[in-house]
Structure formats: C-alpha cells, structure tokens
Design a protein around this ligand. Sequence first.
Ligand code: GRF
Length: 195
Amino acid sequence: MKNIVVFASGSGSNFQSILDAVQSGRLNARVAALITDRGDIGSIDRAQRAGIPVHILNPVSFKSKDAYSEALLSTLQELRTDLIVLAGYLRLVPATVIQAYEGVILNIHPSLLPRYGGKGYYGSRVHKAVIDAGDPVSGCTIHVVTEEYDEGPVIAQAEVQVLPDDTPETLAARILKEEHRLYPETINTYLQKLN
Ligand code: GRF
C-alpha cells in the first residue's frame, strides 16, 4: 500500500475528497499524514476526524530556510512518503524537497493550465480572470510539481463551461466539484504507474 502525504493550507475540501475515496476503496492508498503551514484551518479538523496525523510546519518558526527544508524532508522520510499531494497548499515547496521527490509531487490548479497559472493566479483571482477574458470554458488541471510554479507536466484536466451569469464564486464552486471527482481518480491511476 502506497503512502500519500497531503499538504494543505485551507478548508481542505480536496483533502476530504481524497479521504473519502480512500475510505470507499476508490483510491487504493493510505493517507499517512497531513502537512500544513498553519494551525487554524479546516483541513486539520478533517484530519483529526479521520484519525490522520497532522504536522504543522511553518517556515517562519524555523531559524532558516534550510532548517525548514530539512525538517520537511525528515518528516516526509519518517512517513515513508511515496506520493506528495498538494491540495490547496499556499506555499512554494522548497527546491530540495522537489528534487528529492522528483515526479512524485502532484498539484491541482483551478484552471486549464497553461492558462491562468503562475504567480498571482490563485483562489478567486483565477476565476475572475477567466470571466473577464470572456473564456467559454475553464476547468481544473492536475500536474506534476516541478521547480517552475504551475508548469510541470499536465496529467489530467476536466473542462467546465463558463455560464453567461457566472461570478468567480459560482464558477469556482462548479470547478471544485470536478476537482473532487478528478483528483482522487488521477492519484489512484498515477500510483498504479509508480513501481
Ligand atoms: C482548489 O481550488 C485547488 O484547485 C487550489 O486550491 C483550492 C483548494 O480548495 N489549488 P480546498 O481547500 O481543497 O477546498
């Protein structure tokens, strides 16, 4: 059984969809832990309800960037991490971690990358940009994390129509629904391909 470690900074609805998929057997893996950068978020409640260990690692509480990266790396090693899943994680993953876990870090982004990715495109800003541009479709993308923000190889996408009366909130909600379907399914397929 492969070990997944989820990184999240927010409410964690994607994290929940992963927990639910494991619980129902649609995702053949074990969620070894939640790693987060803050102590007051919905993701932690979700982890606690599911009996999943939580590690709060906030870079500002370490004396240097290197000390933070080392703590992250040793936590991941202790957890025998096979796959890191970013689910609304709002910090850059340190380069040393990306190098140590090359090809086994996934992220989900709420647009059809390469459109609306990169610096500044997060949360409702993504959906506002899509609506302002008049795009007829948006969606979500799952990609492998590389050192280039939002630029790693795309492994799955789902399209969602943009409706004429959409607001960033209504569009975000429809895309999130697709995220909850696509992420566990894609993680499961990706894990099967890892040896
Ligand atoms: C999702 O829209 C995801 O695409 C993005 O961050 C959001 C996280 O939402 N990376 P949640 O915390 O999983 O509800």
